[in-house]
Design a protein around this ligand. Structure first.
Ligand code: SF4
Ligand code: SF4
Length: 115
């Protein structure tokens, strides 16, 4: 996204980007420490109970529910760890997106149509 697109983007808080089937959210060591502290649990417990090894085995990822949504997505489509969410979540769709992101994110569909 260019700066103009970034400033005009209006997230609809629909939570669709947090419930992508087979989507993964990698977490770095620093992010693990930050999220664990925010949740009030120790890092070891967080790693054991709240993360999984990524399919490529290169990092840990946040757990998902059976339907694919992130375990931190609440019933109002809000992120329960918003203030400490991982970089991958903070930077979507401003700094990265996938080829099919506009089919998932309604705000991106509008953005594309209005270009
Ligand atoms: S951590 Fe928050 S923003 Fe990231 S996928 Fe989970 S619910 Fe969505
Ligand atoms: S899918 Fe798009 S509009 Fe919906 S919460 Fe994510 S960024 Fe916002």
């Amino acid at each position: 996204m260019n700066n103009e697109q970034k400033s005009s983007f209006k997230c609809r808080c629909c939570g669709e980007c947090c419930r992508i089937k087979d989507g993964i959210v990698r977490v770095s060591d620093e992010e693990i420490a930050r999220i664990a502290a925010f949740l009030g649990i120790d890092e070891q417990s967080f790693v054991e109970n709240e993360t999984l090894l990524a399919p490529d085995r290169k990092s840990l990822i946040l757990k998902s529910r059976e339907n694919g949504e992130c375990v931190y997505l609440d019933e109002n489509n809000l992120c329960r760890i918003n203030s400490v969410k991982p970089e991958k979540c903070r930077t979507f769709p401003f700094d990265w997106m996938n080829p099919d992101s506009a089919t998932i994110c309604p705000a991106l569909s509008v953005e594309r149509l209005s270009r």
